[in-house]
Design a binder for this molecule. Sequence first.
Ligand code: FES
Length: 213
Amino acid sequence: MSKALRYLSKTRPEAATNLMGFYKHSVQALDEKTRFLIQIVTKITVGTERGLRQYAPKALKAGASKEEILDAAMMAFPAAGLNKLLDAINILNDLNLLPEVEDEAGSAPKVNKDLGPLDLFPEKRMQCLKRPDGDLLVYRSGPEKVAVYSAKCPHSKATLCEGTDQGDKVECRVHNWVFDLESGKCIDPSEQGGKRDLIVVPVAIVDGHIMLQ
Ligand code: FES
């Protein structure tokens, strides 16, 4: 809750409760990703940098791709105008939430080694990062401890982004292999020969960001 809402909840409790109730109950049919994408449009339209910085990372966390975030920003243009749109593009770029661009020579896009600030990854939750160079699973097991894996199941390459999230484990939906997300080990089937662990992607934490090595 923002400082301003906290203030209102003390000085005008009924108004604040009704306002919060409106936010909580007014939207029922939209999924989380769509709601956050729409929030991007509204934050750009009203020109609130703080709101954009708050909601754009939430859209990514809820499964929006960087292309979808860019599309949402572009949709604000008719109401927001060019200046607000360009300001928003700068902010999204700062947050590393925009798709990669080709370099001047027109060669393939450079691989962005920055997977994002640690704060984008709550502890003990698997997150899937959609990337042009291959999707990744990110699992933060402690304040400064993070494991990153290829999202391809090592059994037969199904995507574990669509696996069943079991908190500290993920289960592949195709043949139900289960992987421990802290160690990357395959823990079920426990005996079957030929089982393989998740493919580890080496990373380091640099200035609070998770960087590919
Ligand atoms: S493809 Fe994942 S368990 Fe078979």
